[in-house]
Design a protein around this ligand. Structure first.
Ligand SMILES: *Cc1c(COP(=O)(O)O)cnc(C)c1O
Length: 229
C-alpha cells in the first residue's frame, strides 16, 4: 500500500510541476510522524529519502533505526530546550518563528561546530491556532537572525488551514511565494530563499503550482494517523 501511495504521490508531484510558472524542482517529504519503522522502511524502499517528523523525541528515536542516507526534516513546533537534541542530526528545521529560537539553534550549532539550515515559519493565513510569524515580523526576524553566524536561513515555510477544497489555499501559497520574492530582493547577507515549504496531503498540488519546492505529505503516503497509541 505505502509503496503504491508513495509512487502515486511522486507522480502527482511531477505532474503538478508542469503547471508551475516557476519551473522549480520539487522535493517530496514523506511525513512519517506516528507511523512505525516498518512503514518508513517501505517508503524508503519505494525511493523516499526525505522524511519529516514533528516531535523531537520521535525524531531522535527513529533516526538511528533508519538508513543514514536519509535527510530528516523537523517540521513541528520546536521548544528551545529541545534544540540540542536535533542540531547536527537534521537536514533542515522548517519551524523557526522567533529570534530566541534562532539564537538557541545558533548557540547549539556553534557548540557542535556546524552551521544549521533553517526556514522561517510564516502564518500567512493569520490563523489564530497556528504557530509562525506574520509577514512584517518575518522580515524583521530574518534581518536579525541573518547576523547569527552558525545559522543559515534558506527560505520560508507555512501551514495552510485545513480545507476540503485546496483552491481555498491558493491565495495563501501565492502570498508566501511573493513574500519570498520580496525578501530575496532585499539582498540580506547570509540568507537565501532557496526553499519554499508549503503544501500537505490535501493541497500540495496547488502549492506546487504556486511555487512550492518542498511539500510535506503524510496521510496520502502512510494512511490516516492513529493518535490513540
Ligand atoms: C503532519 C504534518 C504534515 C502532513 O500532513 P498530511 O495532511 O498528513 O499530509 C505536514 N506538515 C506539518 C507541519 C505537519 O505537522
Amino acid at each position: 500500500m505505502i509503496t503504491e501511495q508513495y509512487l502515486k504521490t511522486k507522480e502527482q508531484v511531477e505532474a503538478a510541476k508542469a503547471n508551475s510558472p516557476y519551473g522549480q524542482d520539487v522535493c517530496l517529504i514523506a511525513v512519517s510522524k506516528t507511523h512505525p519503522i516498518p512503514d518508513l522502511m517501505e517508503a524508503y524502499n519505494a525511493g523516499a529519502r526525505d522524511f519529516g517528523e514533528n516531535k523531537v523525541q520521535e525524531l531522535t528515536e527513529k533516526i538511528p533505526q533508519m538508513p543514514d542516507d536519509i535527510r530528516w526534516h523537523m517540521i513541528g513546533h520546536l521548544q528551545r530546550n529541545k534544540v540540542k537534541y536535533i542540531v547536527g542530526k537534521v537536514f533542515l528545521i522548517h519551524s523557526v518563528d522567533s529570534l530566541r529560537l534562532a539564537e538557541e539553534i545558533d548557540k547549539e550549532s556553534k557548540k557542535a561546530g556546524i552551521i544549521s539550515d533553517i526556514l522561517i515559519q510564516v502564518n500567512i493565513s493569520h490563523e489564530a491556532t497556528k504557530f509562525g510569524t506574520d509577514k512584517e515580523e518575518a522580515i524583521k526576524l530574518i534581518q536579525d537572525a541573518a547576523k547569527l553566524s552558525n545559522l543559515r536561513i534558506k527560505g520560508l515555510m507555512t501551514i495552510a488551514p485545513y480545507t476540503e477544497n485546496a483552491e481555498e489555499n491558493r491565495a495563501y501559497f501565492s502570498a508566501l511565494k511573493n513574500l519570498s520574492i520580496d525578501i530575496e530582493a532585499l539582498n540580506i547577507d547570509n540568507i537565501s530563499m532557496d526553499f519554499l515549504s508549503m503544501g500537505m496531503s490535501g493541497d500540495f498540488i496547488v502549492a506546487i503550482e504556486e511555487g512550492a519546492n518542498l511539500v510535506r505529505v503524510g496521510t496520502n503516503i502512510f494512511g490516516a494517523r492513529d493518535y490513540s497509541k
